[in-house]
Design a protein. Sequence first.
Length: 96
Amino acid sequence: MYDLFAGKKYDELLQCCSEILEKDPQNIEALKYKAYSFYFLKRYEKALWCYDMVIKLEPNNPSNYSAKSRVLERLGRHQDAKECYIKALKLKNDLL
C-alpha cells in the first residue's frame, strides 16, 4: 500500500484497500490509506467517513483527529475542524 501511496496512485490504492477491507473490515492501516486516498482525490466526504471509522477503532490516537481536522477544513466546517484539532492536542498531551 505504501508504494501506491508514495507513487500517488490513489485510484489503485483505493482498490487495494477495498480488497483488504472486504476480508478484514477493521484493518486500520487499510482504512487510513483509503482515507488518505479520498483526501488527495478531493473526495472529502468519503475521507471523513473513513476517518470516523478509524477513530472508532483507534480513539486515543491524536493523529487520527488531526487528519480528520484537515478534512473538515476542506469541507469548510471550520468550527468542527477546530474542535477536532483541540481533541488531537489534548490526546497528544495526555500521552506525554
